[in-house]
Design a protein around this ligand. Structure first.
Ligand SMILES: Cc1cc2nc3c(=O)[nH]c(=O)nc-3n(C[C@H](O)[C@H](O)[C@H](O)COP(=O)(O)OP(=O)(O)OC[C@H]3O[C@@H](n4cnc5c(N)ncnc54)[C@H](O)[C@@H]3O)c2cc1C
Length: 373
């Protein structure tokens, strides 16, 4: 009796996306993962070592809104594999999860190391090769690495957003220029004296969240979002921040004539920030005239900064990668080369902070592996 041959699958990249594919394929296919580093090491730094593995948004359309690049592409992906499926998967491999107040989902152990160990343990039928894939050849499909050459029936490129574009480029794929997103930002203005000061509920570009001044500029959840939305803009660009809700300053000046203006404002903004924006912080309230009042309000509600470059800090994901027009969202298969699939950050998809980037890995990896199955 003729034996059905087992499909040979090569996966380039042993990050969250590549390993998620391997998990679903390893029982029915002969799976080899190529990574020049140790598998799933990129998971260790996630969520500040706690691994924010998903976000508690269970409506797939709402979930997709958290991706400045990839929203439409992800509709059909998330309609098939979304947050609830992610949690089920992690439960199956022994990782219990909980939802934090801000809807981010973490393992109960609060340990990315624990998630990595359990995930790796579940990959007992997957072969790992510590090799760097250099290119993919066609007819037949073949991965050429820095030390060998391997023939496969299908190949998945899950090489991430930092250095993993060569194989896709070699096959003729377009790479949308990679730019850093979810970063802190450097400013032209010298904000060193404010380093460490944070302000809650600041508004900018339609978002509202917290900011933190740093030695180089600004950081914090609001800034990560903005760095993401503006990832493709060229530097320098201006940001206008509204630092607190509207309040009747004239009324307060009238009611507190002997208070210093810095003490009055410190009810709304940090005192050190009040000192930064005020020319004479110790002026008494009754000495503030209409023009100065308006100038103060303008600095608070339209605090303008010139952004010069990304800075260190944040998750730092890549905006850019393999052009989505060249990938079928129903299968993750290349529209250019049959039998080659993509998943994870190597594609031109990136989300906000909060578990969205890993969710992209889980969902696209699920689609790629099940299209192959
Ligand atoms: C500090 C930090 C914290 C983060 N925290 C979170 C978080 O809490 N939640 C969240 O959702 N997202 C988070 N992210 C983003 C998330 O980690 C990434 O989106 C995710 O790791 C992407 O997974 P991936 O498998 O696509 O790529 P990667 O994780 O980059 O993995 C790709 C793998 O491919 C390998 N590789 C690349 N090229 C080759 C080649 N030619 N040959 C062989 N191997 C190759 C690399 O060695 C790597 O192991 C964080 C990112 C950072 C930097």
């Amino acid at each position: 009796m003729a034996q059905e041959s087992i499909s040979k699958i090569g996966i380039i990249g042993g990050g969250p996306a590549g390993c998620f594919c391997a998990y679903f394929l390893q029982n029915t296919c002969d799976v080899t993962v190529f990574d020049y580093g140790s598998p799933l090491r990129t998971l260790l730094v996630t969520g500040g070592g706690r691994c924010n593995l998903a976000h508690a948004e269970f409506d797939f359309r709402e979930l997709a809104k958290n991706y400045p690049r990839g929203e439409k592409f992800l509709y059909s992906v998330f309609s098939k594999f979304s947050t609830a499926d992610t949690l089920k998967f992690f439960n199956n491999i022994g990782v219990e999860t909980y939802i934090q107040e801000d809807m981010r989902i973490f393992p109960v152990s609060n340990s990315a190391k624990d998630v990595r160990e359990k995930f790796l343990y579940s990959l007992n039928k997957t072969k790992f090769k510590k090799e760097r894939a250099l290119r993919i050849e066609q007819n037949p499909l073949r991965i050429i690495t820095d030390c060998s050459s391997h023939k496969f029936d299908k190949i998945i490129i899950a090489a991430g957003g930092h250095s993993g574009y060569d194989c896709a480029k070699f096959l003729g794929h377009t790479i949308v220029e990679p730019k850093p997103a979810l970063t802190a930002l450097k400013t032209k203005e010298n904000l060193k004296n404010l380093a460490g000061v944070s302000i809650k509920n600041v508004r900018c570009s339609g978002f509202r969240d917290d900011i933190l001044f740093t030695h180089e500029g600004i950081s914090g959840p609001l800034i990560y979002k903005i760095s993401s939305v503006k990832a493709r803009d060229s530097f320098p660009y201006k940001l206008e921040l509204d630092l607190c809700d509207e309040f009747d300053l004239q009324d307060l000046l009238n009611k507190n004539p002997h208070k210093t203006i810095k003490n009055l404002l410190s009810e709304f903004i940090p005192k050190s920030f009040a000192e930064y924006i005020l020319e004479n912080p110790d002026t008494k309230c009754h000495q503030i005239n209409g023009k100065t009042r308006d100038e103060i309000l303008n600095k608070i509600h339209n605090f303008t900064l010139t952004i010069t470059a990304p800075a260190k800090g944040g998750e730092v994901v890549t905006s850019g990668g393999v052009d989505l027009k060249e990938i079928n969202p129903k299968t993750m298969e290349s529209r250019i080369v049959n039998g080659v699939y993509f998943c994870g950050e190597v594609m031109d998809i990136d989300g906000f902070c909060g578990g969205f980037n890993l969710q992209n890995c889980w969902s696209t990896a699920y689609i790629a592996s099940h299209a192959i199955l």
